[in-house]
Design a protein around this ligand. Sequence first.
Ligand code: WTA
Length: 680
Amino acid sequence: MSLLLRPAFASPQLHLRVAAKLHSARSCSTFNVTGYMPEAAAFPGVRDYPGLRDLSVQHPERFWGILGRERLAWITPFHTVSDCDLTQGRVRWFEGGQLNVSVNCIDRHVHMSPDKVALIWERDEPGAHVKITYRQLLEVTCRLANTLKRQGVRKGDRVVIYMPASPIAVASMLACARIGAVHTVVFAGFSAEALANRIQDAQSETVITTNQALRGGRVIELKKTVDQAVKLCPSIKRVLIAMRTENKVPMSNIDIPLEEEMMKEEAVCDPVAMESEDMLFLLYTSGSTGKPKGVVHTQAGYLLYTSLTHKYVFDYHDGDVFGCVADIGWITGHSYVVYGPLCNGGTTVLFESTPVYPNPGRYWETVERLKINHFYCAPTAIRLLLKYGDTWVKSHDRSSLKTLGTVGEPINSEAWNWYYKVVGDGRCPVLDTWWQTETGGICISPHPAGRDAKIVPAMAMRPFFGIDPVLVDDQGRRLEGNKVSGSLCIAKPWPGMARTIYNDHDRFVDTYFKAYPNHFFTGDGAHRSEEGYYQIIGRLDDVINISGHRLGTAEIEGAVNQHQVVAESAAIGCAHEVKGEGSYVFIVLKDGINISEDTIDKELKDIVSQKIAKYAAPDHIQIVKRLPKTRSGKIMRRVLRKIVENKIDELGDLTTLDDHVAVEEIVAGREKILEKEAKN
Ligand code: WTA
């Protein structure tokens, strides 16, 4: 990282209104509302957490207006706190205001404490971390922003970032924000085709990538994948390549060596004044159809919401080291590796490796070496690590830890208890945080009620400030009282919520606002306990959650159906001990095809890896003669699910089933598979 050598100086323009309230830490061992949230001083009469929460829901304009003014540095103050109409999917916050997200995340901290560490890059190579101060981050970001400008990237242009977690990747995101370009980070595990689909949908002209990547000691040919994708994308005019390894890769006439160009640029770049509702980024996520959707987040509301949740859910204090090990290709990486912590002037860890490289003690060795105070990961990693036993944890000093969090999928009690007792030594609150790409930040979590609040294991529990969860039944009726289960909706808009689906506002309205008018529909089911706490049950649509990564069953089917021998398929989610959910795919072969089970198994896994990503490869494939369908031709997935779960007695109402023999055949086939698995 030769780029990080020269000091940078903030340009005079950056002084803006940075008068920067860098929110200094205040202790909140006893619940004192203004000690807990300094801005609460502006709410006379509010004395405790429930009071603050009630105010945030009953008077959102007041609550968010004050926080928006206090917590963000504005170039021009906003004149309207919110203008939302959920029936139309219209969500607008802080209009009239202008700001720059990169200034909020870097410059104002450079102004206050330039040598504070912003990023700790935990490289794949064990023990080889790199620290980057706010001053260095500003320099790299400005040089990168100037490079993008020189290459012709303009405000509003979409820039695809296809890189693993690294300072240069974070600087790429912030450089886009600085010049008003819209980034779309694509998880560096996605295949060339999946990358190409996203480039095409975003109509992007620019990709930023690395020559190679390193993961778990293996070299990944990232640039090669980009080359394949770019062949399918005539819109691409330039590919900027950073060097993660020393190895040279073939360069074409659209390829630009990123670091070389950056060194020619000034270390100062004036930030563009962005409207609150200008786009900040697109992030593609799976829905129930085969086509991933580009979820759009905008500037001010998203930034305020991620910074506020980062501070109050984790009880983040100035000087703490925040260790969220998510990849930057997912929303968790956006909100809690990059934007939330940096907006708060925090120190954030960029984890490039895997939980088991070079051994299953990697996370805890990293906690010890970097003195991580808050650790945030997916339940799947906890389930994986607990299998290796306690010694890998206990051989490392974890006394720095204060808070433990999980996200992305339900956490089972065994994993929760192990995380709490073994990793946290029974000292640290474990927070099961529920949220989505579409919500921008954490919506339901045991905190924000302060460190002393009761936590029920494996339960997301309490809504965050401004979040008004409701449960609704199939008829769209709101379920009152406790001990009820239903579709989880959110009744009021909040600043962090998605604004639209890129180039498809109708799909945005249809997906989130049609099922329950005037409510945001999450797609998840939830239970409200006797005590009024929320427990997330899982997806209600055809989205499965593999190791905390969303995947539409239609996407898997789309890939499987491209195999020349497959006539049709049906994919469903199935329980998986480590991944939480895996996928089980039923296929019908075309007439006259004779292929061995092992061959088709391997070929279909390959095709899904190639079309989507390795993590999407099906866990089980069953060849069937026909699929169970209704008389109108709809696949009865409910029946398939029960067969896979081996709950033949619970197949339910089969009166609409077209052909009963189909079910009998599938049950017999499933029994054979179970027998075979038992023998192995
Ligand atoms: C699921 C990840 C249970 C849920 C931030 C949601 C969870 C989807 C939890 C969003 C949790 C997330 N308990 N389920 N604590 N957190 N989910 O968009 O089904 O990748 O709808 O965002 O993950 O996944 P996404």
